[in-house]
Write a protein that binds this ligand. Structure first.
Ligand SMILES: C[S@@+](CC[C@H](N)C(=O)[O-])C[C@H]1O[C@@H](n2cnc3c(N)ncnc32)[C@H](O)[C@@H]1O
Length: 216
């Protein structure tokens, strides 16, 4: 007999629990990768203007790169991560409201409000059904014409990198809840309200940026 699949509530609780533990050493654990990511973050958020939502802010690594004209709401499911992000947000020059909020519900977030939604490495931690709920929320809270820019990791087609990813998969899933096969692009393409305008890789064929906008 196979075990029943976890419910959405269970999946959320698992992620929250995982990150409440991981938060204590997240920046140390992520350091080898962050040495790479820190070169990408300014270009991912530095040219944004207006009302911006960052979903899955983590320990707040993007925060100091937002322009001073930005009005930013940064959310994360996990209280311990939000606490660290708030501290790091002290170095931000934008207007910042950092709060605990679930990207798949966004209960405290107004509809039709944002010019931009940004997330870095959020969707690759969300299982399919949670990802679909988050995408629906993106559709709800974006203004018409509002844009998305998402960075996630995907499986490489290059055998050498794929072998490396296969080696790290159990670690990445256990510690971050992340997977290389979350099919973020495909899931976004299922949305009738989001148009994907651009996809590109920041490194090899692994770190994928997806850009798009909300149609009327
Ligand atoms: C891999 S970390 C990425 C953190 C950060 N964006 C970065 O680039 O370093 C994923 C983050 O997503 C958060 N997260 C997971 N599920 C979430 C949800 N349903 N709503 C909001 N945040 C969530 C986790 O708590 C964690 O902080």
């Amino acid at each position: 007999m196979t075990a029943p699949s976890p419910t959405e509530g269970e999946q959320r609780r698992l992620l929250e629990l995982k990150y409440n533990v991981t938060a204590w050493f997240y920046d140390i654990l992520d350091y080898p990768w962050e040495r790479q990511y820190r070169h990408w973050r300014p270009q991912l958020v530095g040219n944004l203007r207006g009302e911006v939502l960052e979903a899955g802010v983590g320990t707040g690594r993007n925060l100091r790169h937002y322009n001073s004209s930005v009005n930013l709401i940064a959310i994360d499911l996990c209280k311990a991560m939000v606490k660290i992000a708030k501290k790091r947000g002290g170095a931000a020059v934008c207007m910042l409201d950092c709060r605990q909020e679930d990207a798949t519900k966004m209960a405290s977030i107004p509809s039709n409000h944002f010019d931009w939604i940004i997330s870095t490495f959020l969707c690759c931690v969300l299982p399919y059904n949670l990802q679909v709920l988050a995408i629906r929320q993106f559709e709800r809270v974006l203004k018409s014409g509002g844009q998305i820019r998402l960075l996630d990791m995907v499986y490489s087609k290059i055998p050498q990198f794929r072998r490396r990813q296969d080696f790290f998969t159990p670690f990445v899933e256990k510690v971050y809840g992340a997977r290389f096969d979350r099919n973020v692009l495909e899931n976004l393409q299922e949305s009738s309200r989001l148009r994907i305008t651009n996809t590109y890789f920041l490194k090899k064929d692994v770190y994928q940026v997806i850009e798009g906008y909300l149609v009327d």
